[in-house]
Design a protein. Structure first.
Length: 317
């Protein structure tokens, strides 16, 4: 009889404990790393080379060698650093130019010195070529650099064409450039030698600024500042809206396997049918995030003012 009473008390205790546990904690798909906290809400880029995380934040970056358990500010060539990995090399883009490390950030050598008056916009590695875009009051430049420190081509274009490039992407033999302050989408089929504007199907709001691209099979998706998410199946010849009216601005698009992720407004959404339908994927975040969902293998990362979060289960609810 005492045993049954004891069991009853234990059951009551467990029931109370369950009730006291927040549902977002019980079923959270996002888990926090141990920081970093200063500036992480502005994180826009994440690169992983040999299990070392390089996180671009404003104004200085962070790095972790233990999957986010500890963070340090690396000895970088300058502020506002963006990283990209190409083969075994790590490149760091700063306002003063481009630097390269062959030992995963242990030592840096100057790779390219930027033209005075230009500021770094974005980096992309394509095969053994690094694309470095910079813009400023003097116009715009898209530099194509080989891995042996040779400027293959200064792809400077007339004022306004590639000014304020925000993102670059590769799909098959096509190079995509998204921007604000000029044509929203430009496509090149000759490695940046010539460009063609491809904005058919985009709303006026979508044409104001493109924030992201993501490629899946024969499709390419783009996220816009104020016009939602679009998909093209013919390399940008025409774009179709796929956000179902749920995502209105700040759309960062990411893909992991067959799942499409979009962070926009105050939420993160996921779609398993190419954007036909969307479900919320924000549970577990202490503060809702507008920043990109960053993909590394089978792990997702997103940033908030409470630090960097990760998910190993595709952000399922």
């Amino acid at each position: 009889m005492n045993c049954r009473a004891s069991d009853s008390h234990v059951s009551s205790f467990l029931f109370i404990l369950v009730l006291a546990t927040p549902l977002t904690q019980m079923f959270a798909q996002w888990q926090p790393t141990n920081g970093p906290y200063q500036g992480v809400g502005s994180a826009s880029n994440l690169t992983i080379l040999d299990d070392r995380i390089w996180l671009t934040t404003y104004p200085y970056p962070y790095t972790s060698t233990d999957h986010g358990a500890h963070w340090t500010q690396p000895d970088t060539p300058g502020a506002y650093t963006q990283y990209v990995a190409s083969g075994n090399d790590l490149y760091a883009g700063v306002f003063s130019g481009l630097w390269r490390s062959t030992d995963n950030g242990g030592h840096w050598t100057n790779f390219y010195s930027a033209t005075s008056g230009y500021g770094l916009n974005t980096l992309m590695a394509k095969d053994s070529v690094i694309f470095y875009t910079a813009g400023g009051g003097q116009g715009s430049h898209l530099m194509r650099l080989s891995s042996n420190n040779t400027v293959l081509k200064d792809l400077a274009t007339p004022e306004g064409v590639l000014t304020h490039v925000t993102v670059l992407a590769q799909k098959d033999s096509f190079l995509f450039a998204g921007s604000f302050g000029g044509p929203a989408v430009l496509v090149s089929s000759d490695n940046g030698e010539t460009w063609e504007e491809r904005t058919s199907g985009l709303s006026a709001e979508a044409k104001m600024a493109v924030f992201s691209f993501a490629v899946k099979d024969s499709d390419i998706y783009l996220g816009t500042a104020e016009g939602g998410v679009y998909r093209s199946s013919n390399n940008g010849v025409h774009w179709y809206s796929v956000d179902n009216g749920q995502i209105h601005w700040g759309a960062y698009v990411s893909i992991m396997g067959d799942i499409l992720f979009v962070s926009g407004g105050q939420n993160i959404f996921r779609s398993t049918d190419g954007g036909t339908s969307w479900t919320s994927a924000s549970a577990g975040l202490k503060r809702e995030s507008r920043r990109p969902v960053l993909v590394s293998g089978t792990t997702l990362y997103t940033t908030t003012s409470n630090g960097l979060y990760f998910s190993h289960d595709s952000a399922r609810i």
